[in-house]
Design a protein around this ligand. Structure first.
Ligand code: PEP
Length: 256
């Protein structure tokens, strides 16, 4: 089983939620619940909560991530945050190419690629999101869409760099909708992604890359999704805002 050689990662994506006091409360509630996790536990939080999250998780098994970063090192990019600014305060992961960024903020595979390279250069671990729209699935072009995203988003990323990347397969129709892909659908596309990586980087590298599923994963469906051979973890939106639910998903990943 190749699954054993990969790092299972459960990452919460808080999106635009939680004031600082609320973030403190959630992190404090989460800490004891996930302290014995057998997988990597990450919380990706809004910029305003990053320092709080880094401070409160020091000495724990919880890692902190941001929800985006810019590709330039510095400069006239009002409202943006660079990768160096994140590493400097102790952030380790960054979500890139989330479908909400692609949908609402004009993110393209080209900018995702630039952000991925900038993040890697700064020493961050990018969680790069790919996924098809509902009509793309209905038209039967899911694999075509996913292969294109993987090729473009990782263009110019070396095999050594890829080892610091995580891929999140997030069917857009399943994000925040309560509609989860079935475990078989998730496995099918995560396995397909591994096949694309294998062609680009070789099987040995592809077998080591963590591929998460994201899209309405919750305390009730996590076990089945995470039991699949090519589903190595989850990117969790709504359910990551509830300490108990998040901890149940972490437990499910621990059991694999
Ligand atoms: C996400 O934001 O990446 C996500 C998967 O959200 P949700 O779990 O709420 O569908």
């Amino acid at each position: 089983m190749k699954k054993d050689i990969r790092r299972a990662i459960i990452a919460g994506n808080w999106k635009m939620n939680k004031t600082r006091p609320e973030a403190k409360e959630l992190i404090e509630a989460m800490k004891p619940l996930v302290k014995d996790a057998g997988c990597e536990v990450v919380i990706c939080v809004p910029y305003t909560n990053l320092e709080t999250a880094v401070e409160l998780t020091k000495g724990t098994n919880i890692r902190v991530g941001a929800e985006n970063c810019h590709f330039a090192k510095s400069g006239a990019y009002t409202g943006e945050i660079s990768a160096d600014m994140l590493t400097e305060i102790g952030v380790e992961y960054v979500v890139l190419g989330h479908s909400e960024r692609r949908q609402y903020f004009g993110e393209t595979d080209e900018t995702v690629n630039k952000r991925t390279k900038a993040a890697l250069e700064a020493g961050l671990k990018p969680i790069v999101c790919v996924g098809e729209l509902l009509w793309e699935r209905e038209c039967g072009i899911t694999e075509e869409v996913i292969a294109r995203q993987i090729k473009l988003d990782f263009f110019g990323v070396t095999a050594d760099e890829l080892k610091n990347c995580v891929i999140a397969y997030e069917p857009v129709w399943a994000i925040g909708t309560g509609k989860t892909a079935t475990a078989d659908q998730a496995e099918e596309v995560c396995g397909f992604i591994r096949g694309v990586l294998s062609k680009l980087y070789g099987k040995d590298v592809a077998d080591t890359i963590t591929i998460q599923y994201g899209g309405s994963m919750n305390a009730g469906n996590a076990s089945e999704l995470l039991s699949k051979e090519n589903v190595d973890g989850g990117l969790i939106g709504g359910a990551s805002l509830k300490a108990n639910d998040f901890a149940i998903i972490v437990d499910a990943a621990t059991k694999g």
